[in-house]
Design a protein around this ligand. Structure first.
Ligand SMILES: [Zn+2]
Length: 497
């Protein structure tokens, strides 16, 4: 016979059902952290959170640096891909996303969680990497054939592998808590680092209702960057995995940088010179375009032709255009509300074809050429440097980090003669440098950001993504600012929470 249940009966039934469901959860929760990359170094981010034996990977970046060394480290892929429950991707940079295709190749079939803009940019980066590897393999094959040697080097993954990886990405917008396992909730917060970048907060619960919250900053950005929002203030957490790239450095202010940018443009106009800017295709290029647009709009500089000469930068810019949900208030106010495109204005030209790129040589200055790659190691920037470096009317503007042994570093060191594509050139163009465009918080900014959140529940900070010298300075700084429990994470070492 059918009888109607009282609301109390329903409530008891639902509690029983919940308890039944929860009996599947472990009673004793064990949580372990360890890193398989970006421990006492800045590339190859791979951090693992293990909950009762279930393995979650956060970021799967490639190692970068000296070629042979980085290649060997990337090939020696130690992630237990076939045993992973899920993967979380904080942002698209190559040193955080570059080895994602290796997961599928090693048996991972689960979900990769990322914000929508990160998915799109990561797709671009993985595809670009696959193409570069295919090109390298072809070049090395020809070289080996010429020497009559056997050819052994193979790309780590192909474009098809990259496409398969993109298919595994499940997008989760900022501030939309999502269950990634029956007892684990993931929420992305804006990291203010690059378009789509996020910090991941995991909330882990057991059936005794014990809850542990872990935050991983990914790469922590800075306040006041162009286009994107400031880093979000996180809710209280128990543990924090914190990046430490600039644990021992302080950046210039953006206002000073804009003033320098205006001065450099004015000088080019006066001298009819060219400004050559090596910049990475993602974020820095769009940021520069945005700043030049703003300076022209505010009439701080006259209109000056700007050429963005990099096919990848053109693709990246179109991704920036379709993600206004990542823009800050200022970008909305300055451009979107007035139906203007922050990445397109009268004198701006995007160049993809080689012929158009070459044609820039024959056009008289003043003009600005932004081209990749950012450290002057490869790409069209080499042609622009070669063609313009010996003319004192021209300027070379360095806006990013230049690693050791790169042409960018030699220019930064003001070497008088540099070798470009096998030929020596005398440096007659003026070299300037702006450091304020960094996408990482410096040690003061990171400490200020920590202080802006409620840290009463915070038991321990784990430092990753930093050279050990910088981490030691940062650890001291944090300790003297009232954060006594700091652990510098060592490669492979396990930390029980
Ligand atoms: Zn990054």
């Amino acid at each position: 016979m059918y009888t109607q249940r009282t609301s109390r009966e329903i409530s008891i039934a639902s509690i029983e059902l919940a308890e039944q469901h929860q009996s599947d959860y472990p009673v004793f929760m064990s949580i372990t952290l360890y890193s398989l990359g970006a421990a006492e170094e800045v590339t190859g981010s791979k951090h693992v959170v293990e909950v009762d034996g279930k393995i979650f990977l956060i970021d799967c970046g490639a190692f970068q640096g000296k070629r042979a060394e980085a290649d060997a480290k990337n090939r020696n892929f130690e992630v237990p891909a076939d045993k992973l429950e899920a993967v979380i991707l904080t942002h698209a940079h190559y040193d955080h996303s570059g080895l994602l295709p290796m997961l599928g190749l090693n048996g991972f079939t689960g979900n990769i969680y990322a914000t929508p803009a990160t998915r799109d940019l990561a797709n671009l980066i993985m595809m670009d990497s696959a193409r570069i590897q295919a090109r390298d393999a072809e070049y090395l094959r020809k070289q080996a054939a010429r020497r009559g040697e056997a050819f052994t080097w193979q790309p780590l993954f192909t474009e098809l592998d990259a496409i398969n990886t993109t298919n595994q990405i499940v997008t989760v917008s900022y501030n939309r808590p999502t269950w990634i396992a029956p007892n684990i909730k993931l929420e992305f917060f804006d990291a203010g680092h690059i378009l789509g970048s996020s910090m991941a907060v995991l909330e882990i619960t057991d059936n005794d209702k014990r809850t542990v919250k872990i935050a991983y900053t990914g790469d922590l950005g800075r306040k006041g960057k162009a286009i994107i929002r400031d880093p979000a203030i996180l809710p209280p957490v128990d543990y924090m995995i914190l990046e430490s790239t600039y644990g021992d450095r302080k950046h210039e202010s953006t206002d000073d940088a804009l003033k320098m940018l205006a001065d450099i443009a004015q000088k080019a106009i006066k001298m009819n010179g060219k400004i050559i800017i090596p910049a990475f295709a993602i974020e820095r290029t769009q940021e520069l375009v945005y700043y030049f647009h703003m300076l022209v709009d505010k009439k701080e500089i006259p209109e000056i032709p700007i050429y963005v000469d990099s096919p990848m930068a053109v693709n990246a810019t179109s991704i920036f255009q379709i993600h206004p949900e990542c823009y800050d208030e200022h970008t909305h106010e300055a451009f979107i509300r007035h139906h203007k495109n922050p990445f397109g204005f009268n004198k701006l030209r995007f160049i993809t074809s080689v012929d158009e790129s070459k044609a820039l040589n024959d056009i008289e200055g003043p003009m600005i050429i932004i081209s990749a790659d950012g450290m002057c190691e490869a790409g069209r920037i080499l042609h622009h440097l070669k063609n313009n470096i010996d003319d004192p009317r021209n300027q070379i503007l360095l806006v990013g980090y230049m690693a050791d042994h790169t042409l960018g570093r030699r220019l930064q060191n003001r070497e008088l003669e540099v070798k470009i594509m096998g030929e020596w050139h005398t440096v007659r163009a003026e070299i300037s440098q702006i450091n304020a465009f960094s996408a990482h918080a410096d040690y003061e900014e990171a400490t200020e950001w920590l202080n802006s959140m409620d840290t009463q529940t915070l038991k321990k900070i784990y430092l990753v993504h930093g050279e050990s010298d910088a981490q030691t300075v940062f650890k001291d700084h944090l300790e003297s600012n009232g954060f006594p429990n700091i652990q510098i994470v060592k490669y492979g070492e396990q930390y029980e929470l």
